[in-house]
Write a new protein. Structure first.
Length: 95
């Protein structure tokens, strides 16, 4: 009885995990949207966090780092903004 319950529980968990899969791009877009909303609300720390998470999901995309630079400017962290902008230009000089 316990073994059957355990098997059903494990199969149910595996099913739930497989249904909730998002691509890295989808995850990044979700965090970019949250970050942009936080940036518009002048919640710069929250925006920076969301953009950092987005950048981890799509490391070759310059947009999250560009948005991160804007959040750093809002926080008056000029050096961090410049660092982020340099990374943007290395990834995509036309960005």
């Amino acid at each position: 009885m316990v073994r059957r319950f355990t098997t059903i529980l494990i199969m149910s968990l595996l099913f739930l995990v497989s249904c909730s899969r998002e691509t890295p791009r989808q995850k990044a877009d979700r965090h970019l949207d949250r970050g942009r909303k936080a940036l518009a609300a002048r919640q710069y720390s929250q925006a920076a966090l969301q953009f950092r998470i987005a950048a981890r999901h799509v490391p070759k995309d310059a947009e999250p780092l560009y948005q991160l630079a804007l959040a750093h400017l809002g926080l008056r962290e000029g050096d961090a903004a410049i660092t982020a902008l340099h990374a943007v230009l290395r990834m995509d000089p036309k960005h």
